[in-house]
Design a binder for this molecule. Structure first.
Ligand code: A3P
Length: 353
């Protein structure tokens, strides 16, 4: 009697186990197929998905291109790819970072790059390397913030605070010593005014004037040299911190002024630096009268631009306050020798003085 009861219980347990296992398999298969169907068109082929466009894509798009537009064959020359399993559509750690500078034009660079067929950008600033509460979440968390990518595409994140925060170069290096770094630099005096315009808006117009904000005395003759609005523009100091970990060849500087007026050559230089196939040209942009800036033209196949102007948000290209000439001169005099040092360090004259 007791034995029969145990036997019945045993069969019940086995049945429950088997049913659970079958249900788990079904759920797993369902989730997997939903993930896959976001990238691959469903067809009547034997396994339900037509893999051919994917395979074709891998075959026809070599990973990177050299200066002449030829495919690079030597894998050592190819940009680092987080490559546990390159055949997957998955999230990967970035291959390149836009590390600064704040108000230099970083969003424009990221938006323009996002149009490149071999680039996936992380849409938001993760602040992974500069904020301890994010950094402690680890690289798996960071990877989860990235966009999904195919193999042979490069992933780019931008957080302009990275350029100026002490711990960041070491942390970035520990993630990937071969990472490529992009820095958009802009006349530091104009950058400071742009930074102030943003702070003013965030403070709902309650901030003291730029002249008062940036100086220590009522006559506005002594600069608040230690305030971040000023120190951010000391590019040479920030660069020197990065150079302790990364060689100059791994850092590319984009001219923020040129980026506004004539972005094509600047962006083509970025493509070359990243080893990307040449793609960016004049056809990518149009001048938007209302915005007063160049904006991205509707992408091929995008009907009517998807109802989107292709311009950056209103927080980009704000009007600047008019600033007392003496204070502008104070800033210019302060930055002039530092700019000279920066030009020498990077081997390029940005003509800011
Ligand atoms: P202003 O708002 O001072 O004009 P960031 O994205 O790093 O915060 O930089 C913002 C700056 O990007 C803007 O500063 C703007 O001048 C510049 N910029 C460059 N190209 C732009 C574009 N096509 N549209 C809007 N802003 C652009």
């Amino acid at each position: 009697m007791i034995r029969r009861m145990y036997r019945r219980r045993f069969f019940c347990l086995v049945s429950v186990f088997l049913i659970t296992a079958v249900l788990c398999c079904l759920i797993y298969e369902r989730v997997r197929s939903e993930k896959l169907s976001t990238v691959l068109p469903r067809t009547e082929s034997s396994h339900g998905y037509d893999m051919s466009p994917y395979v074709q894509l891998l075959k026809t798009i070599p990973p990177f291109w050299d200066e002449n537009g030829d495919a690079i064959q030597n894998t050592e020359d190819i940009l680092y790819i987080d490559a546990e399993n390159e055949m997957e559509w998955k999230r990967r750690l970035p291959n390149a970072l836009v590390i600064g500078v704040r108000k230099g034009g970083t969003r424009a660079v990221l938006d323009f790059l996002s149009r490149h067929p071999n680039v996936r950008v992380c849409p938001r600033e993760t602040h992974f390397f500069d904020r301890q509460d994010n950094y402690v979440l680890g690289l798996d968390w960071y990877r989860e913030q990235m966009a999904m990518s195919f193999p042979n595409e490069i992933t780019i994140e931008k957080t302009p605070a990275y350029f100026v925060i002490d711990d960041v170069p070491n942390r970035v290096f520990r993630m990937s010593p071969s990472l490529k770094l992009l820095v958009v630099v802009r006349d530091p005096t104009i950058r400071a005014i742009s930074d102030y315009a943003q702070l003013f808006e965030k403070a709902n117009g309650t901030l003291r004037s730029f002249e008062e904000y940036i100086t220590e005395d009522p006559q506005h003759r002594i600069l608040r040299k230690m305030s971040s609005i000023v120190t951010t523009g000391i590019y040479v100091d920030h660069l020197n911190r990065w150079l302790k970990y990364f060689p100059l060849e791994q850092i590319h500087f984009i001219n923020g002024e040129e980026l506004i007026k004539n972005p094509v050559p600047e962006m083509q230089a970025v493509e070359k630096f990243l080893g990307l196939k040449p793609f960016i040209d004049e056809n990518l942009f149009y001048y938007n009268e209302t915005k007063g800036f160049l904006c991205l033209a509707p992408a091929a196949g995008m009907k009517g631009g998807g109802g989107h102007s292709g311009c950056l948000s209103e927080s980009k290209g704000r009007p600047h306050p008019s600033v007392d000439e003496d204070v502008v001169t104070l800033l210019r005099d302060f930055y002039a020798p530092l700019n000279e040092k920066f030009y020498r360090a990077v081997g390029r004259n940005f003509d800011w003085d």
